[in-house]
Design a protein around this ligand. Structure first.
Ligand SMILES: N[C@@H](CCC(=O)N[C@@H](CS)C(=O)NCC(=O)O)C(=O)O
Length: 204
């Protein structure tokens, strides 16, 4: 098998398995927790997802997904490097990871009594008002950029939609306020058959 994905259901590994399903590629999914010896041997940060390909390890979901798009350009889920279209894709992805995701991710980390905790309980503080404020601000930017387009990049689904949707679903799960336009977009993208396949693969 060319691609091996390490992760677990409910985590960011869905970004990678979803991408692989959209690209119609074969892969092995290895169900593993962060900081397990298996992961630490691949990624010193102990984080998932990790992609193993041709004896190389790639970490960070956006880097992994972009690599997969670049390796399979015929599927049209990203754009060629050094084009303005690619600059727009990168802009969306950096926005997703540096502005949209941090408040919801920090909120999840500080939540008490979760199945597994990424920070010690004594370090947890109530960041809910801050997280909701920042997420609402980022959402406003997202909606202004999205406008009336069906997908982030226009008429066609792309790598960007995976990130905007997966982060949005986390926020929805945590009962953050989601404007109606974002909800409609999430519902439309979340219904993609490739995502359904990826979710099944991760849960088996
Ligand atoms: N920027 C990384 C973040 C990876 C990450 O934080 N993954 C979580 C699971 S969804 C994890 O492994 N966390 C372990 C930790 O925070 O120590 C990515 O997008 O892949």
């Amino acid at each position: 098998m060319k691609y091996k994905v390490y992760g677990f259901a409910g985590s960011r590994s869905i970004r990678v398995t979803w991408m692989l399903e959209e690209l119609g590629l074969d892969y092995q999914f290895i169900d593993v927790r962060p900081h397990s010896p298996e992961i630490l041997a691949l990624n010193p940060a102990g984080k998932i997802p990790v992609l193993e390909v041709a004896d190389q390890v790639i970490s960070d979901s956006a880097a992994i997904c972009l690599y997969l798009c670049d390796a399979h350009p015929e599927k049209g889920l990203s754009a060629q490097c050094a084009t303005l279209e690619r600059a727009q894709i990168d802009s969306w992805l950096f926005f997703a990871q540096s502005e949209l995701e941090p408040p919801i991710w920090a909120y999840r980390k500080h939540k008490k009594s979760t199945e597994f905790s990424l920070i010690p309980d004594e370090l947890k503080v109530d960041i809910e008002p801050w997280a909701k404020f920042e997420f609402a601000k980022a959402t406003k930017t997202l909606l202004a950029q999205l406008g009336d387009k069906p997908y982030a990049m226009g008429d066609n689904f792309s790598i960007v939609d995976i990130f905007l949707t997966q982060i949005g679903q986390w926020a929805r799960y945590e009962r953050f306020e989601i404007p109606i336009r974002y909800k409609e977009y999430l519902d439309m993208v979340w219904a993609r058959p490739a995502l359904e396949k990826a979710r099944k693969r991760e849960s088996n």
